[in-house]
Design a protein around this ligand. Structure first.
Ligand SMILES: [Zn+2]
Length: 317
């Protein structure tokens, strides 16, 4: 499976609950376990300014470029600004665009004429690619918040729509925090279905309505989570997306410092299997982005992300 990654995803944001070293750990873990070969890792280009402008306002982009943020804006963003930080986030946005293209291409190969010979009697395979970063679903067109500078999820969808690669898309956002920025961007757009399953009594407040929102009670565990997810996924498929963006946050984990759900490692793996096997069965390619994850032990966060990629590979990506 193609994975997109750069060492420059790890940026210095000072003492922070968001440890950008998780990206390096995920890459290292995938290589160490032979899940991904070094040759399959694609180094991204930063998102182009005209791609970012498909989602973000010109004035906002100028601030992200030059650092002209007020203190109150940085407080909302919960990130320090520096040129390497801004470039790291722009690079991760470019990574999501690249990974989305690779996922769509993989889907084309599985559907294309050269696949016909192999198709008879063969098991269905998942078409997927991953960005080992991204998932910054709290960024809005004109402001950033909650560690999210650019909404790479929305940028990737808009860039592929602009280029005619896809017409319709769906977002499956399983991060413990509702995907407020993404819901806002695609509000009223019939071509993009936004689904978020999250902890209701947690950031963000308020929660702009997406196409389908499930807000779980504090402390919801594996069973409750998986039942709700299983009920929702057919509705996502019914929206007939050409691509699913899987915002695979690790923060529904019971040990997460910013989450209040009670999912186990096994529950999170079942979650990934449910989403990815649903996409495989529907023949919809998936681009995976990592999003949040703030476990007390950073190795738990990276293990959850690695398991997501492993599950995609197991399903044939
Ligand atoms: Zn989160």
């Amino acid at each position: 499976m193609n994975v997109v990654y750069s060492d420059r995803y790890q940026v210095d944001i000072g003492a922070h609950v968001f440890l950008t070293e998780k990206y390096v750990r995920v890459r290292d873990g995938l290589l160490a376990r032979n899940l991904v070969r070094a040759a399959e890792i694609v180094e991204p280009e930063p998102a182009r300014w005209n791609e970012l402008a498909l989602v973000h306002a010109t004035e906002y982009l100028e601030k992200t470029r030059s650092g002209g943020f007020r203190a109150s804006e940085l407080a909302l963003l919960e990130l320090p600004w520096s040129p390497p930080v801004a470039e790291g986030f722009r690079l991760m946005a470019g990574g999501s665009v690249t990974a989305a293209r690779l996922a769509a291409e993989a889907g084309g190969r599985l559907r294309g004429p050269e696949a016909d010979g192999r198709r008879a009697g063969a098991e269905k395979r998942l078409a997927a690619a991953a960005n080992l970063g991204g998932g910054f679903h709290h960024a809005f067109p004109s402001h950033g918040e909650g560690f999210c500078l650019y909404n790479d999820v929305a940028v990737a969808i808009r860039a592929l729509q602009r280029d005619g690669v896809i017409t319709r898309a769906a977002v499956v956002d399983v991060d413990v925090h509702q995907g407020n920025g993404t819901a806002f961007v695609f509000d009223g757009d019939p071509t993009v279905f936004t689904f978020s399953i999250h902890q209701e009594h947690n950031y963000p407040h308020p929660k702009p309505r997406g196409s389908l929102d499930i807000g779980l009670d504090d402390g919801a565990g594996d069973r409750e989570y998986l039942e709700a997810l299983a009920r929702a996924l057919p509705t996502v498929v019914d929206s007939r997306p050409d691509l699913i963006v899987y915002v695979a946050g690790a923060d529904p984990f019971r040990e997460d410092q910013l989450g209040g759900l009670d999912l186990t490692f096994e529950g999170l793996r079942d979650r990934d299997n449910l989403v990815l096997s649903t996409a495989r069965d529907a023949g919809v390619p998936v681009v995976i982005v990592l999003a949040g994850g703030y476990a007390r032990r950073v190795e738990d966060t990276s293990a959850i992300h690695i398991a997501t990629i492993e599950e995609a590979i197991r399903l044939g990506a």
